[in-house]
Design a protein around this ligand. Structure first.
Ligand code: NZQ
Ligand code: ZN
Length: 387
């Protein structure tokens, strides 16, 4: 087991109706609030009106229109401008991971004098950030429980996972009922994203029985509950378990003491959604089985055996490589069965920019240091196999 230093300062408030506690929570941070949200889903589900009603008495400014794969320009820049001009005390992010990620970058940029991109690109480390409270409405990213935000800069095809301890939300509200309206496409993509978060931590050199069991249970929980959510979008129990399993995804708790993995599928997917603005979870689902096939070797096979036997119930008596192959097929089959398009061409990506994207990933994501190291050539091969 590796050494670690771990702290999660985020308070989770979970369950039906918990948003009614919002006024008391917001009071501790000050009266001037920047409410951030996306393209309108929170209005459709009545959450916008509910929040406005609960915050009557506070001074609420708004930043709306934050897009999936949130953009530096205009959303982060506009948010920072409002925070500085209006002397904002706290940001309230209401929506999916994109709204929350964008709000994290705004929170750091608001207390920085230079160009916020300096922070996102790690040129300068943030010294502080505004407090962030969120009401998360989509089970997927785990942004509500981690200190990362993923920001896209269209003109340079960058999509950067920006992490900083100042960016943990102070408080996250999770009411599974607000996820009832999440579309089948986004429910499936959220499941694939959260499953990949676990896989990115599971496939490593050094793990423990505790962590493996936790992660295997997480994967099984996501598969079972995502299916239930797709069959019956208002199944509270399934939405609730899926939401919490997603919440743990990127905060490190699944893999305390595990060795470094490099998060290779995320490194590769960030290029796909930077260049083509595709849905993150779909990109991951497409890449994951191809990445698995690519890295399967004498060095990695035993992890695939464990995964195949414990997650998919594959016969442990079979040959190791046969188990691994069946596990990879089962991974692909599951994603396909929940309606995810499993080829890059189906999400609008063709051969034309594969080499350029592979070069971008190799330059920026450090995957030569991953558990199963990936060169630019490997990355291009995985992309081609995903076409
Ligand atoms: O924009 P609105 O109208 O709100 O609609 C959104 C959006 O169109 C909609 N939606 C959200 N909640 C809904 C709803 N529709 C109906 N009912 C609801 N309750 O869903 C669409 C997708 O929303 P988005 O926020 O983009 O999805 P998600 O939560 O999957 O976030 C994806 C982003 O998070 C990043 C991804 O790269 C991507 O940019 N990630 C962030 C991570 C983190 N901070 O830790 C880790 C992840 O690996 C991931 O990279
Ligand atoms: Zn992800």
């Amino acid at each position: 087991m590796q050494n670690f230093d771990y702290q999660t300062p985020t308070r989770l408030i979970f369950g039906r109706g918990v948003v009614s506690e919002l006024p008391g929570v917001m009071k501790q941070f000050g009266p001037r609030i920047l409410l951030t949200y996306g393209g309108g889903s929170i209005r459709k589900i009545g959450l916008y009106d509910k929040v406005k009603e609960l915050l009557a008495g506070s001074e609420v400014f708004e930043l709306s229109g934050i897009q999936p794969n949130p953009k530096y320009d205009p959303s982060v820049l506009e948010g920072v401008r409002i925070c500085k001009e209006k002397n904002i005390d706290v940001i309230l992010a209401v929506g999916g991971g994109s709204v929350l990620d964008c709000s994290k970058a705004i929170a750091a940029g608001a207390l920085y004098d230079g160009d916020p991109w300096d922070l996102i690109s790690y040129k300068v480390r943030a010294k502080a950030a505004l407090p962030i409270v969120d009401i998360i409405t989509l089970a997927a990213t785990g942004s509500e429980y981690d200190c990362g935000g993923v920001i896209s800069r269209t003109e340079t095809n960058d999509k950067i996972g920006y992490m900083d301890p100042h960016l943990y939300p102070a408080v996250s509200f999770l009411d599974p009922e607000y996820t009832f309206t999440v579309s089948k496409k986004q429910t499936a993509a959220g499941c694939a994203d959260a499953m990949n978060h676990i896989m990115e931590q599971y496939f490593c050199e050094d793990s423990t029985m505790l962590n493996d069991g936790f992660m295997e249970a997480g994967l099984k929980s996501l598969m079972v509950n995502a299916r239930k959510c797709l069959d019956n979008p208002e199944d509270y129990t399934a939405r609730a378990e899926m939401m919490l399993t997603c919440t743990y995804g990127c905060n490190g708790i699944y893999a305390l003491g595990n060795s470094y993995t490099g998060w290779p599928c995320h490194g590769m997917e960030h290029a796909l959604s930077a260049y083509y603005d595709i849905t993150h979870g779909e990109g991951l689902a497409i890449i994951t089985p191809r990445w698995m096939e690519h890295i399967l070797s004498e060095k990695t096979v035993d992890r695939f055996v464990k995964y195949g036997v414990n997650v998919f119930g594959i016969d442990a008596a079979l040959d190791r490589f046969e188990i691994a192959k069946q596990a990879i097929d089962a991974t692909y089959g599951f994603f396909e069965s929940i309606g995810i398009p499993m080829h890059l061409r189906e999400v609008g990506i063709d051969e034309s920019r594969i080499d350029e994207m592979a070069h971008h990933v190799a330059e920026n994501e450090g995957l030569e240091n991953a558990w199963a190291p990936l060169s630019e050539k490997d990355i291009a091969e995985i992309f081609r196999a995903s076409l």
